[in-house]
Design a protein around this ligand. Structure first.
Ligand code: DQA
Length: 146
C-alpha cells in the first residue's frame, strides 16, 4: 500500500515551532519512526509552504497512490482551491491536525477541507498521522487478529 503524507505551511518547523502546541519532535524523526513501525506501508512525504505546490502534488498523487494524509496547516481554514483539488482527485484524503483545532481560536474551527475529505483526525499530536495510517490499513486488511 502506498500512502502520501502532505504537510502544508510552517509544518517544516515542527520541533521548533510553538512546542507547547505542536511538540518537540521534528517531522523527519517522526516519519522515520512511523516508517519503521509500518514497514509494509510505503509512506511518501511532501511538504511545501506554497498553496499551488500543494495542489500540484494532490493532482500528481491523487490518481495513483492508495491514500493521502493531508495537514494543510492554515490553508485548511482559507483555501477553496485546495478543497477543489481534494474533490477533483480519486484517492481518498484524510485531513489531519496535530493540535485539537476545535479547542483553539474560533477561526480554526472552520475547515474548507472537511466536507471533501474522508474524515478528520485532530488533536493527537504527531499521533494523528499514525491514526490516519491505521485507518487506511484497516480499510485494506480489516482489523488485525488479536
Ligand atoms: C494545524 C492547525 C492549523 O490551524 C494551523 O494553522 C497549523 C497546524 C495542526 O496541525 O494542528 O499550521 O494544522
Amino acid at each position: 500500500m502506498r500512502l502520501l503524507i502532505i504537510n502544508g505551511p510552517n509544518l517544516n518547523l515542527l520541533g521548533m515551532r510553538e512546542p507547547e502546541i505542536y511538540g518537540n519532535e521534528g517531522f523527519d524523526t517522526y516519519l522515520q519512526r512511523l516508517r519503521a513501525k509500518y514497514p509494509e506501508v510505503e509512506i511518501e512525504y511532501y511538504q511545501s509552504n506554497v498553496e499551488g505546490e500543494l495542489i500540484n502534488k494532490l493532482h500528481e498523487a491523487g490518481f495513483s497512490c492508495d491514500g493521502i494524509i493531508l495537514n494543510a496547516g492554515a490553508y485548511t481554514h482559507t483555501s477553496i482551491a485546495i478543497a477543489d483539488a481534494v474533490a477533483a482527485i480519486r484517492t481518498p484524503v484524510i485531513e489531519v491536525h496535530i493540535s485539537n483545532v476545535a479547542r483553539r481560536e474560533e477561526f480554526r474551527r472552520h475547515s474548507f477541507l472537511t466536507p471533501v475529505c474522508k474524515g478528520v483526525i485532530s488533536g493527537f499530536g504527531l499521533g494523528s498521522y499514525e491514526l490516519a495510517v491505521l485507518d487506511f490499513l484497516v480499510v485494506k486488511n480489516g482489523l488485525p487478529n488479536s
